[in-house]
Design a protein around this ligand. Structure first.
Ligand code: NAD
Length: 336
C-alpha cells in the first residue's frame, strides 16, 4: 500500500490510487461476503480501507457513489427471498488507537454540546448481523443485513438456533438485531470435520457462521451450533427503554440472550480500562471478538447525532490489533 502522505498528493495521483484501492477492496469484499473465504487478514483490509477514507476525505471530488466507503458491504445470495429492512442496517465506523477514540469522544461531545457523556461499552462479537421481527410476541421473520437495505430471508435457518425465542415473554411487536456467531469450540470441530471430509476449512468463525446461516438446507444450519447475542432494536418505543444499557436488560427480560460483559463508562479512563480488561480476556472467551464497541448511552442523544450514509455517528468500534493466531490462507502484500 502507498505510504506517501495524502497531503503531498495531487488530485490526479489521489484519484489513481483511490481507483486501485477500490478495485482491490472490491475483490476482497467479494471473497469475504460472497464466498465466505477471505484471503487476507481483516487488519490488512482495514488498513487499505482507511487509506481510501483518508484520500476521499482530503479530495472529496474523487469520491464515487459505488466506493466501498459509501456502501454497506454484504450482498444477498440467490436462492433466498429478499427482505427490505424498514430501518437500514448500517455498518460501523472504526478506530485503531486510543488517540483516535479520544478524537471520537471529543467530536461527539462537540456535536452534542456536552462536556460529559455516558457510553455503553460492549464486546464486538465476531459474527454477522441478524434482524429478528416479532408480531404480538411471535417470531415471524429473520434476515441478514445484506446491503443494508435488502437482506436475505433466513427465517427457517434462524428457527434452528436455540437462543432465539419463538415467543417473547410479552406480546410485543418489535424488531431486534444482534450478532449470530459460532463459538470457538464449534468452529474447531467444524473445521476438523471439513478437513476429514476433504473440504476447505473456514478461514475464521465469522465466515463459518455466515456460511452456516446462509444454507438452503436448514438441517446444515441446525448442525453447526450457532448462537446469538441481541444488542439493538429499531423500535425503542415499543421496547420501553431510553438508554442502550436499559435496552439490554429489556432484551433479556423478553427472552433474548445478551452478552454479559457490557459496562456503562463515563470518561476515557473508564473506557480505556474496559478495553484493557477485555483485550486481556479475549483469548479466554468462548467466542471470538474483534474489538470493543463504544455507544452513546441515551437514545435521545443517539437520535440527535444520527447517521452518515453508512455508519451511525453515536457508536464506534475500537478494533484490536491483528491477531497472530488467526488463520487466513495467505496474506497479500499490495502496493500501488
Ligand atoms: P464491522 O464488522 O467492522 O462492524 C459492524 C458490525 O459489527 C455490525 O454490523 C454488527 O454485525 C457487528 N457487531 C458485533 N458486536 C456488536 C455490538 N456489540 N454492537 C453493535 N454491532 C456489533 O463492519 P462490517 O461493515 O460488517 O464489516 C467490515 C469489516 O469486515 C471490515 O472492517 C473488515 O474487518 C472485515 N472485512 C474483511 C475482509 C477481508 O478480506 N478480510 C473483506 C471485507 C470486510
Amino acid at each position: 500500500m502507498a505510504d506517501q502522505p495524502v497531503s503531498e498528493l495531487t488530485t490526479t495521483q489521489a484519484n489513481q490510487e483511490a481507483t486501485q484501492l477500490r478495485e482491490q477492496l472490491d475483490s476482497w469484499r467479494k471473497e469475504y461476503y460472497v464466498q465466505d473465504a477471505p484471503t487476507v487478514e481483516d487488519h490488512t483490509y482495514d488498513m487499505h480501507y482507511q487509506r481510501l477514507l483518508d484520500l476521499e476525505a482530503a479530495f472529496p471530488e474523487i469520491v464515487t457513489p459505488d466506493s466501498p466507503t459509501q456502501q454497506v458491504g454484504d450482498v444477498t445470495l440467490p436462492g433466498f427471498s429478499k427482505v427490505t429492512h424498514t430501518v437500514p442496517m448500517l455498518s460501523m465506523g472504526d478506530v485503531f488507537s486510543i488517540e483516535e477514540l479520544a478524537e471520537f469522544d471529543a467530536r461527539t461531545k462537540q456535536n452534542l454540546g456536552q462536556d460529559e457523556l455516558e457510553y455503553n461499552c460492549e464486546l464486538k462479537i465476531d459474527g454477522l448481523a441478524i434482524s429478528l421481527v416479532y408480531e404480538n410476541g411471535k417470531f415471524v421473520q429473520g434476515s441478514t443485513r445484506g446491503d443494508g437495505n435488502i437482506g436475505e430471508d433466513i427465517t427457517a435457518n434462524l428457527k434452528t438456533i436455540k437462543s432465539i425465542p419463538m415467543t417473547l415473554t410479552e406480546p410485543l411487536s418489535i424488531e431486534v438485531r444482534g450478532e449470530c456467531y459460532m463459538p470457538k469450540a464449534s468452529f474447531a470441530k467444524l473445521n476438523e470435520r471439513q478437513e476429514a471430509e476433504g473440504k476447505t476449512p473456514f478461514a475464521n468463525p465469522r465466515n463459518a457462521a455466515a456460511g452456516s446461516l446462509r444454507q438452503l438446507d436448514r438441517k446444515v444450519t441446525a448442525d453447526r451450533n450457532l448462537d446469538t447475542f441481541i444488542y439493538y432494536t429499531s423500535s425503542f418505543e415499543a421496547l420501553g427503554a431510553s438508554t442502550q444499557s436499559e435496552a439490554l436488560q429489556r432484551y433479556q427480560e423478553l427472552g433474548f440472550t445478551i452478552n454479559p460483559h457490557s459496562r456503562v463508562c463515563h470518561n476515557m479512563d473508564e473506557i480505556k480500562a474496559y478495553i484493557d480488561e477485555y483485550t486481556g480476556q479475549r483469548e479466554s472467551l468462548s467466542y471470538g471478538i474483534d474489538g470493543i464497541v463504544i455507544k452513546v448511552n441515551p437514545v435521545s442523544q443517539q437520535d440527535e447525532l444520527g447517521n452518515t450514509v453508512k455508519v451511525p455517528r453515536w457508536e464506534i468500534a475500537y478494533k484490536f490489533p491483528p491477531d497472530e493466531q488467526q488463520t487466513v490462507v495467505r496474506d497479500i502484500e499490495w502496493t500501488v
